[in-house]
Design a protein around this ligand. Structure first.
Ligand SMILES: [Zn+2]
Length: 221
């Protein structure tokens, strides 16, 4: 095996590194991934720190490599789900793995402490749709029992519209002088009733809290 790719630093995407390191020539990730992975492990104690294996090949905005008959591209369009997300595009197959940039019709984990940014996440999804083909097949880091783990550009656009509506809803509450607690009581964002809580404590309330943090800490708002 030539390359193992970490789409970002989260444990459910890097905890296999200690096993795969003996089989892969390189572990590849965006340049922010090793440091975010280290900070995250430090928060969980020495045992977690000792268990980490880090990517040994990193890139800034684009990385491409021919692997067998395929050409693999990694793309980073700035902070979104975390501060180090990669989109993995298999050019000949016309298939893109989105890592956790896509939770299909589910409330995503927005890792503010890990460098996430909702405003830019919207742009990352739109830029992906612009850069890739109109019939690219997308694979999602987290699926939906009803809608599955793969799909097309419409799913990415729907997710970007959800994130936009999340920011608008939260900003409206802030403008009305409501507290974070009051705003985050919402049970649904109108128009996005199809979105579900995927488990692991990922609820709409958590999404609104992340949006509130982003909107109230940003200098230009
Ligand atoms: Zn993740």
């Amino acid at each position: 095996m030539d390359y193992l790719i970490n789409t970002h630093h989260h444990g459910d995407h890097t905890a296999g590194n200690p096993i795969f390191k003996d089989f892969a020539k390189h572990i590849v990730a965006h340049q922010n991934v090793p440091k975010l992975q280290k900070i995250s492990a430090e928060g969980r104690g020495q045992e977690a720190v000792d268990a980490q294996v880090y990517a040994d090949l990193t890139y800034n905005d684009k990385w491409s490599e021919d692997v067998g008959d395929e050409t693999v591209h990694l793309m980073h369009f700035g902070p979104a789900h975390t501060g180090g997300d990669s989109i993995v595009y298999f050019e000949k197959a016309n298939v893109a793995h989105m890592g956790d940039l896509m939770f299909n019709r589910a409330y995503p984990f927005i890792d503010i402490n890990g460098g996430a940014n909702i405003t830019n996440w919207i742009q990352v999804l739109r830029k992906t749709v612009e850069e890739l083909e109109s019939d690219t097949i997308y694979i999602y880091g987290h699926g939906n029992s009803e809608f599955g783990v793969t799909g097309n550009k419409d799913d990415l656009m729907l997710k970007s519209e959800f994130l936009e509506a999340l920011l608008e809803y939260t900003q409206k509450g802030i403008n009305e002088g409501k507290s974070k607690e009051e705003i985050s009581k919402a049970e649904v964002i109108p128009g996005f009733e199809v979105f579900k809580a995927p488990g692991w404590g990922l609820t709409l309330s958590r999404n609104i809290e992340a949006a509130y943090t982003e909107l109230t800490s940003s200098d230009d708002r």
